[in-house]
Design a binder for this molecule. Structure first.
Ligand code: SAM
Ligand code: NAG
Length: 371
Protein backbone atom coordinates (compact mmCIF):
# COMPACT_ATOMS: atom_id res chain seq x y z
CA UNK A 1 0.00 0.00 0.00
CA UNK A 2 1.22 3.45 -0.88
CA UNK A 3 0.43 4.97 2.44
CA UNK A 4 2.47 2.40 4.28
CA UNK A 5 5.71 3.89 2.95
CA UNK A 6 8.75 3.40 5.19
CA UNK A 7 8.93 7.13 5.91
CA UNK A 8 5.81 6.78 8.01
CA UNK A 9 6.42 4.03 10.51
CA UNK A 10 3.55 2.12 12.00
CA UNK A 11 4.69 3.43 15.38
CA UNK A 12 3.49 6.90 14.46
CA UNK A 13 -0.06 5.69 13.92
CA UNK A 14 0.01 3.93 17.23
CA UNK A 15 1.19 7.11 18.90
CA UNK A 16 -1.74 8.99 17.40
CA UNK A 17 -4.04 6.27 18.62
CA UNK A 18 -2.67 6.47 22.13
CA UNK A 19 -2.93 10.27 22.14
CA UNK A 20 -6.52 10.25 20.95
CA UNK A 21 -7.52 7.51 23.34
CA UNK A 22 -5.97 9.48 26.18
CA UNK A 23 -7.92 12.59 25.22
CA UNK A 24 -11.13 10.58 24.92
CA UNK A 25 -10.50 8.99 28.30
CA UNK A 26 -9.95 12.47 29.74
CA UNK A 27 -13.22 13.68 28.26
CA UNK A 28 -14.93 10.53 29.46
CA UNK A 29 -14.02 11.38 33.01
CA UNK A 30 -15.48 14.88 32.87
CA UNK A 31 -18.48 14.52 30.66
CA UNK A 32 -20.79 12.02 32.38
CA UNK A 33 -21.39 14.36 35.28
CA UNK A 34 -22.09 17.27 32.96
CA UNK A 35 -24.46 15.25 30.83
CA UNK A 36 -26.74 14.89 33.80
CA UNK A 37 -27.20 18.64 33.78
CA UNK A 38 -28.16 18.76 30.12
CA UNK A 39 -31.59 18.01 28.67
CA UNK A 40 -32.45 14.39 28.03
CA UNK A 41 -33.70 13.09 24.72
CA UNK A 42 -37.32 13.68 25.61
CA UNK A 43 -36.63 17.39 25.85
CA UNK A 44 -35.25 17.75 22.32
CA UNK A 45 -35.92 21.02 20.58
CA UNK A 46 -38.40 19.71 18.01
CA UNK A 47 -39.39 16.33 19.41
CA UNK A 48 -43.11 16.45 18.85
CA UNK A 49 -42.86 17.28 15.19
CA UNK A 50 -40.32 14.58 14.41
CA UNK A 51 -41.92 11.77 16.28
CA UNK A 52 -45.57 12.52 15.64
CA UNK A 53 -45.08 12.93 11.89
CA UNK A 54 -43.30 9.62 11.63
CA UNK A 55 -45.82 7.84 13.79
CA UNK A 56 -48.98 9.21 12.16
CA UNK A 57 -48.00 8.62 8.56
CA UNK A 58 -46.28 5.26 8.11
CA UNK A 59 -44.42 5.13 4.83
CA UNK A 60 -44.73 2.23 2.46
CA UNK A 61 -42.30 2.03 -0.36
CA UNK A 62 -42.67 -0.02 -3.48
CA UNK A 63 -39.52 -0.01 -5.56
CA UNK A 64 -39.63 -0.70 -9.29
CA UNK A 65 -36.63 -0.95 -11.57
CA UNK A 66 -35.53 2.64 -11.39
CA UNK A 67 -38.45 4.47 -9.87
CA UNK A 68 -39.85 4.23 -6.40
CA UNK A 69 -43.30 5.26 -5.26
CA UNK A 70 -44.24 6.22 -1.80
CA UNK A 71 -47.61 5.54 -0.26
CA UNK A 72 -48.32 7.91 2.52
CA UNK A 73 -51.55 8.72 4.23
CA UNK A 74 -50.82 12.42 4.45
CA UNK A 75 -50.72 14.53 1.31
CA UNK A 76 -47.34 16.09 1.81
CA UNK A 77 -46.06 17.93 -1.24
CA UNK A 78 -42.60 16.56 -0.37
CA UNK A 79 -43.65 13.04 -1.31
CA UNK A 80 -44.56 14.11 -4.83
CA UNK A 81 -41.12 15.55 -5.46
CA UNK A 82 -39.60 12.20 -4.55
CA UNK A 83 -41.23 10.30 -7.42
CA UNK A 84 -39.77 12.58 -10.05
CA UNK A 85 -36.28 12.61 -8.66
CA UNK A 86 -35.29 9.01 -8.04
CA UNK A 87 -34.74 7.53 -11.48
CA UNK A 88 -31.18 8.80 -11.87
CA UNK A 89 -30.04 7.00 -8.76
CA UNK A 90 -26.96 5.30 -10.14
CA UNK A 91 -25.94 7.76 -12.81
CA UNK A 92 -24.22 9.93 -10.30
CA UNK A 93 -20.81 8.23 -9.88
CA UNK A 94 -18.10 10.62 -11.00
CA UNK A 95 -14.35 10.78 -11.51
CA UNK A 96 -12.75 12.20 -8.35
CA UNK A 97 -10.40 14.26 -10.54
CA UNK A 98 -12.78 15.76 -13.13
CA UNK A 99 -16.14 15.34 -11.36
CA UNK A 100 -17.52 14.16 -14.69
CA UNK A 101 -19.63 11.05 -14.95
CA UNK A 102 -18.12 7.58 -15.13
CA UNK A 103 -19.15 4.99 -17.64
CA UNK A 104 -19.00 1.40 -16.51
CA UNK A 105 -19.20 -2.10 -17.90
CA UNK A 106 -21.13 -3.62 -15.02
CA UNK A 107 -24.10 -5.68 -16.13
CA UNK A 108 -26.95 -5.30 -15.55
CA UNK A 109 -26.65 -2.86 -12.64
CA UNK A 110 -24.47 -1.85 -9.75
CA UNK A 111 -24.50 -3.96 -6.63
CA UNK A 112 -22.17 -5.33 -3.97
CA UNK A 113 -21.70 -8.39 -6.18
CA UNK A 114 -21.26 -6.79 -9.62
CA UNK A 115 -18.72 -4.18 -8.48
CA UNK A 116 -15.93 -6.76 -8.35
CA UNK A 117 -13.98 -6.64 -11.59
CA UNK A 118 -16.12 -3.86 -13.05
CA UNK A 119 -14.21 -1.10 -14.79
CA UNK A 120 -15.26 2.50 -14.58
CA UNK A 121 -13.90 5.15 -16.89
CA UNK A 122 -14.03 8.92 -16.73
CA UNK A 123 -15.67 10.33 -19.80
CA UNK A 124 -13.30 13.32 -19.69
CA UNK A 125 -9.80 12.32 -18.51
CA UNK A 126 -10.20 8.63 -19.44
CA UNK A 127 -8.76 7.51 -16.11
CA UNK A 128 -10.06 4.06 -15.17
CA UNK A 129 -11.13 2.77 -11.76
CA UNK A 130 -11.51 -0.92 -11.05
CA UNK A 131 -13.78 -2.41 -8.42
CA UNK A 132 -12.23 -5.15 -6.29
CA UNK A 133 -14.00 -7.81 -4.28
CA UNK A 134 -15.12 -5.52 -1.51
CA UNK A 135 -15.29 -2.00 -2.91
CA UNK A 136 -14.65 0.53 -5.64
CA UNK A 137 -11.72 2.85 -4.95
CA UNK A 138 -12.66 6.34 -6.12
CA UNK A 139 -9.93 8.29 -4.35
CA UNK A 140 -7.84 10.55 -6.57
CA UNK A 141 -4.75 8.53 -5.58
CA UNK A 142 -6.53 5.28 -6.48
CA UNK A 143 -4.37 3.49 -9.03
CA UNK A 144 -1.27 5.60 -8.33
CA UNK A 145 1.87 3.46 -8.39
CA UNK A 146 4.31 5.09 -6.00
CA UNK A 147 2.73 8.35 -4.91
CA UNK A 148 0.72 8.46 -1.70
CA UNK A 149 -0.33 10.99 0.91
CA UNK A 150 -0.97 10.62 4.60
CA UNK A 151 -4.20 12.09 5.92
CA UNK A 152 -4.40 13.69 9.37
CA UNK A 153 -4.58 11.28 12.32
CA UNK A 154 -8.35 11.59 12.67
CA UNK A 155 -8.65 10.00 9.24
CA UNK A 156 -5.69 7.61 9.41
CA UNK A 157 -6.73 6.19 12.79
CA UNK A 158 -9.73 4.44 11.24
CA UNK A 159 -7.58 2.74 8.61
CA UNK A 160 -5.90 0.65 11.30
CA UNK A 161 -7.29 -2.91 10.93
CA UNK A 162 -7.79 -3.34 14.67
CA UNK A 163 -9.90 -0.17 14.92
CA UNK A 164 -12.01 -1.30 11.96
CA UNK A 165 -12.53 -4.63 13.68
CA UNK A 166 -13.42 -3.09 17.06
CA UNK A 167 -15.62 -0.29 15.74
CA UNK A 168 -18.98 -2.08 15.99
CA UNK A 169 -17.68 -4.41 18.67
CA UNK A 170 -17.58 -1.90 21.50
CA UNK A 171 -16.03 1.36 20.24
CA UNK A 172 -19.23 2.87 18.84
CA UNK A 173 -21.15 1.97 22.00
CA UNK A 174 -18.89 4.26 24.04
CA UNK A 175 -20.35 7.29 22.19
CA UNK A 176 -23.57 6.71 24.09
CA UNK A 177 -21.77 6.35 27.41
CA UNK A 178 -19.85 9.62 27.35
CA UNK A 179 -21.19 11.51 24.34
CA UNK A 180 -24.96 11.33 24.76
CA UNK A 181 -25.48 9.50 21.45
CA UNK A 182 -28.98 7.93 21.61
CA UNK A 183 -27.77 4.70 19.94
CA UNK A 184 -28.23 3.39 16.37
CA UNK A 185 -31.95 2.57 16.57
CA UNK A 186 -33.04 5.89 17.99
CA UNK A 187 -30.59 7.77 15.75
CA UNK A 188 -32.03 5.95 12.73
CA UNK A 189 -35.54 7.09 13.70
CA UNK A 190 -34.36 10.69 14.01
CA UNK A 191 -32.52 10.48 10.67
CA UNK A 192 -35.68 9.22 8.95
CA UNK A 193 -37.55 12.21 10.37
CA UNK A 194 -35.11 14.61 8.74
CA UNK A 195 -34.95 12.64 5.48
CA UNK A 196 -38.70 12.45 5.02
CA UNK A 197 -38.72 14.87 2.05
CA UNK A 198 -36.21 12.72 0.14
CA UNK A 199 -37.30 9.18 1.01
CA UNK A 200 -37.38 7.04 -2.11
CA UNK A 201 -34.28 8.75 -3.51
CA UNK A 202 -30.61 7.81 -3.40
CA UNK A 203 -28.48 8.25 -0.30
CA UNK A 204 -24.78 8.45 0.43
CA UNK A 205 -23.72 7.27 3.86
CA UNK A 206 -20.60 9.42 4.02
CA UNK A 207 -17.91 8.13 6.38
CA UNK A 208 -19.96 5.00 6.97
CA UNK A 209 -17.13 3.08 8.73
CA UNK A 210 -18.28 -0.56 8.82
CA UNK A 211 -21.68 0.46 7.52
CA UNK A 212 -23.74 0.57 10.69
CA UNK A 213 -26.23 2.99 9.09
CA UNK A 214 -25.64 2.06 5.43
CA UNK A 215 -26.95 -1.40 6.25
CA UNK A 216 -29.99 0.03 8.01
CA UNK A 217 -30.68 2.33 5.03
CA UNK A 218 -30.50 -0.61 2.62
CA UNK A 219 -32.65 -2.92 4.73
CA UNK A 220 -35.29 -0.25 5.35
CA UNK A 221 -36.19 -0.25 1.65
CA UNK A 222 -36.72 3.48 1.92
CA UNK A 223 -34.04 4.42 -0.62
CA UNK A 224 -33.60 3.64 -4.30
CA UNK A 225 -29.82 3.38 -4.03
CA UNK A 226 -27.36 3.34 -1.12
CA UNK A 227 -23.67 4.22 -1.36
CA UNK A 228 -21.62 3.25 1.68
CA UNK A 229 -18.61 5.56 1.49
CA UNK A 230 -15.51 5.73 3.64
CA UNK A 231 -11.82 6.52 3.30
CA UNK A 232 -10.77 3.45 5.26
CA UNK A 233 -10.34 0.34 3.10
CA UNK A 234 -10.39 -1.78 6.26
CA UNK A 235 -13.71 -0.32 7.42
CA UNK A 236 -15.17 -1.08 3.97
CA UNK A 237 -13.77 -4.61 4.14
CA UNK A 238 -15.47 -5.01 7.53
CA UNK A 239 -18.74 -3.68 6.12
CA UNK A 240 -18.47 -6.14 3.25
CA UNK A 241 -18.02 -9.01 5.70
CA UNK A 242 -21.04 -7.94 7.76
CA UNK A 243 -23.13 -7.89 4.59
CA UNK A 244 -21.93 -11.34 3.56
CA UNK A 245 -22.86 -12.68 6.98
CA UNK A 246 -26.37 -11.28 6.86
CA UNK A 247 -29.13 -13.36 5.38
CA UNK A 248 -31.26 -11.71 2.72
CA UNK A 249 -29.28 -8.48 2.68
CA UNK A 250 -30.57 -6.43 -0.31
CA UNK A 251 -27.31 -6.27 -2.26
CA UNK A 252 -28.82 -4.73 -5.38
CA UNK A 253 -28.61 -0.97 -5.52
CA UNK A 254 -25.95 -0.98 -2.81
CA UNK A 255 -22.24 -0.34 -3.31
CA UNK A 256 -19.17 0.28 -1.18
CA UNK A 257 -17.00 3.16 -2.31
CA UNK A 258 -13.64 4.32 -1.00
CA UNK A 259 -13.37 8.11 -1.27
CA UNK A 260 -12.20 11.22 0.52
CA UNK A 261 -15.01 13.34 1.92
CA UNK A 262 -13.25 16.43 0.55
CA UNK A 263 -13.36 15.04 -3.00
CA UNK A 264 -16.66 13.25 -3.46
CA UNK A 265 -16.91 11.06 -6.57
CA UNK A 266 -20.39 12.14 -7.57
CA UNK A 267 -21.75 14.39 -10.28
CA UNK A 268 -22.94 17.79 -9.01
CA UNK A 269 -26.64 18.03 -8.06
CA UNK A 270 -27.18 14.28 -8.41
CA UNK A 271 -27.74 13.09 -4.85
CA UNK A 272 -30.98 13.17 -2.83
CA UNK A 273 -29.56 12.61 0.64
CA UNK A 274 -26.23 12.56 2.43
CA UNK A 275 -25.91 11.10 5.92
CA UNK A 276 -22.74 11.41 7.97
CA UNK A 277 -22.90 9.70 11.37
CA UNK A 278 -20.36 10.66 14.02
CA UNK A 279 -17.91 11.78 11.39
CA UNK A 280 -17.80 15.58 11.04
CA UNK A 281 -15.36 15.84 13.94
CA UNK A 282 -13.07 13.34 12.19
CA UNK A 283 -12.88 15.21 8.89
CA UNK A 284 -9.66 17.08 8.13
CA UNK A 285 -11.66 20.06 6.85
CA UNK A 286 -15.37 20.20 7.68
CA UNK A 287 -15.60 23.21 5.35
CA UNK A 288 -14.21 21.32 2.34
CA UNK A 289 -16.39 18.34 3.24
CA UNK A 290 -19.69 20.19 3.65
CA UNK A 291 -18.96 22.23 0.51
CA UNK A 292 -18.54 18.94 -1.38
CA UNK A 293 -21.73 17.55 0.13
CA UNK A 294 -23.55 20.70 -0.92
CA UNK A 295 -22.14 20.41 -4.44
CA UNK A 296 -23.41 16.85 -4.94
CA UNK A 297 -26.85 17.42 -3.39
CA UNK A 298 -29.61 18.19 -5.86
CA UNK A 299 -31.86 21.19 -5.18
CA UNK A 300 -34.05 20.13 -2.26
CA UNK A 301 -31.54 17.42 -1.26
CA UNK A 302 -30.97 16.92 2.45
CA UNK A 303 -27.80 16.64 4.53
CA UNK A 304 -28.13 15.04 7.96
CA UNK A 305 -25.22 14.48 10.31
CA UNK A 306 -24.38 13.70 13.90
CA UNK A 307 -21.38 14.96 15.81
CA UNK A 308 -20.27 16.28 19.17
CA UNK A 309 -21.00 19.81 20.18
CA UNK A 310 -19.17 22.23 22.41
CA UNK A 311 -20.93 25.41 23.42
CA UNK A 312 -23.16 26.92 26.05
CA UNK A 313 -21.91 25.66 29.39
CA UNK A 314 -19.19 23.62 27.76
CA UNK A 315 -17.36 26.37 25.92
CA UNK A 316 -16.80 28.43 29.08
CA UNK A 317 -15.11 25.58 30.92
CA UNK A 318 -11.40 26.23 30.46
CA UNK A 319 -10.42 22.57 30.62
CA UNK A 320 -12.64 21.66 27.68
CA UNK A 321 -11.46 24.57 25.53
CA UNK A 322 -7.92 23.32 26.11
CA UNK A 323 -8.98 19.82 25.18
CA UNK A 324 -10.51 21.20 21.99
CA UNK A 325 -7.26 22.94 21.06
CA UNK A 326 -5.20 19.86 21.84
CA UNK A 327 -7.44 17.49 19.97
CA UNK A 328 -7.37 19.81 16.99
CA UNK A 329 -3.57 19.80 17.04
CA UNK A 330 -3.03 16.11 17.64
CA UNK A 331 -5.74 14.74 15.41
CA UNK A 332 -5.82 17.38 12.70
CA UNK A 333 -9.60 17.54 12.94
CA UNK A 334 -12.11 20.09 14.16
CA UNK A 335 -13.63 18.05 16.95
CA UNK A 336 -16.35 19.84 18.94
CA UNK A 337 -17.79 22.79 17.07
CA UNK A 338 -20.50 24.92 18.64
CA UNK A 339 -24.10 24.99 17.38
CA UNK A 340 -23.47 28.45 15.96
CA UNK A 341 -20.37 27.25 14.15
CA UNK A 342 -22.21 24.25 12.72
CA UNK A 343 -25.05 26.41 11.45
CA UNK A 344 -22.60 28.93 10.02
CA UNK A 345 -20.65 26.13 8.35
CA UNK A 346 -23.79 24.88 6.59
CA UNK A 347 -24.81 28.37 5.56
CA UNK A 348 -21.32 29.15 4.25
CA UNK A 349 -21.60 26.04 2.07
CA UNK A 350 -24.91 27.12 0.57
CA UNK A 351 -27.22 24.98 2.70
CA UNK A 352 -30.37 26.36 4.29
CA UNK A 353 -33.10 25.36 6.78
CA UNK A 354 -30.60 24.37 9.48
CA UNK A 355 -32.17 22.26 12.22
CA UNK A 356 -30.67 20.45 15.14
CA UNK A 357 -31.47 18.06 17.95
CA UNK A 358 -29.21 17.88 20.98
CA UNK A 359 -28.52 15.62 23.91
CA UNK A 360 -25.46 16.33 26.03
CA UNK A 361 -22.47 16.44 23.69
CA UNK A 362 -24.51 14.79 20.94
CA UNK A 363 -26.04 16.82 18.14
CA UNK A 364 -27.89 15.80 14.98
CA UNK A 365 -27.96 18.55 12.38
CA UNK A 366 -29.82 18.81 9.13
CA UNK A 367 -29.67 21.31 6.29
CA UNK A 368 -31.12 21.49 2.80
CA UNK A 369 -29.85 22.50 -0.62
CA UNK A 370 -32.11 25.35 -1.74
CA UNK A 371 -34.51 24.43 -4.53
C1 SAM B 1 -16.47 7.50 14.06
S1 SAM B 1 -16.58 6.82 12.44
C2 SAM B 1 -18.29 7.02 12.06
C3 SAM B 1 -18.97 5.78 11.60
C4 SAM B 1 -20.46 5.71 11.40
N1 SAM B 1 -20.94 6.67 10.41
C5 SAM B 1 -21.24 5.83 12.68
O1 SAM B 1 -22.16 6.64 12.76
O2 SAM B 1 -20.94 5.10 13.60
C6 SAM B 1 -15.80 8.06 11.48
C7 SAM B 1 -15.46 7.61 10.07
O3 SAM B 1 -15.00 8.75 9.33
C8 SAM B 1 -14.12 8.28 8.36
N2 SAM B 1 -13.30 9.37 7.81
C9 SAM B 1 -12.36 10.09 8.47
N3 SAM B 1 -11.79 10.96 7.62
C10 SAM B 1 -12.37 10.78 6.40
C11 SAM B 1 -12.18 11.37 5.12
N4 SAM B 1 -11.26 12.32 4.92
N5 SAM B 1 -12.96 10.96 4.11
C12 SAM B 1 -13.88 9.99 4.29
N6 SAM B 1 -14.10 9.38 5.47
C13 SAM B 1 -13.34 9.77 6.52
C14 SAM B 1 -13.30 7.24 9.10
O4 SAM B 1 -12.66 6.33 8.22
C15 SAM B 1 -14.34 6.58 10.00
O5 SAM B 1 -14.80 5.38 9.45
C1 NAG C 1 -9.23 -3.75 -2.49
O1 NAG C 1 -8.52 -2.53 -2.65
C2 NAG C 1 -7.98 -1.98 -1.44
C3 NAG C 1 -7.42 -0.62 -1.79
O2 NAG C 1 -8.45 0.28 -2.07
C4 NAG C 1 -7.00 -2.95 -0.85
O3 NAG C 1 -6.47 -2.43 0.35
C5 NAG C 1 -7.70 -4.28 -0.58
O4 NAG C 1 -6.76 -5.23 -0.10
C6 NAG C 1 -8.33 -4.81 -1.85
N1 NAG C 1 -9.11 -5.99 -1.52
C7 NAG C 1 -9.03 -7.11 -2.23
C8 NAG C 1 -9.92 -8.24 -1.76
O5 NAG C 1 -8.30 -7.25 -3.17
Amino acid sequence: MLDHSPSVPHRQRLLFLVAITAVMAAIGAVVPGMCMLTPTLSLFKHPTRLFSRAAKSPLRLRAFSSTAFIDTKTNQPDSIVVEKEVSKSINSLACPVCYDSLTWNAVPGLSVDTISGSTFQCSTCQKTYVGNQTHLDLTATGGAQSYGELMPASTELFRVPLISFLYERGWRQTFSVWGGFPGPEKEFELIKGFLKPVLGGNIIDASCASGLFSRLFAKSGLFSFVVALDYSENMLQQCYEFIQQEENFPKENFILVRADISRLPFVSSSVDAVHAGAALHCWPSPLAAVAEISRVLRPGGVFVATTYILDGGFSVIPFLSTVRQNVRQVSGSYIFLSERELEDLCRACGLVEFKCIRNGLFVMISATKPS
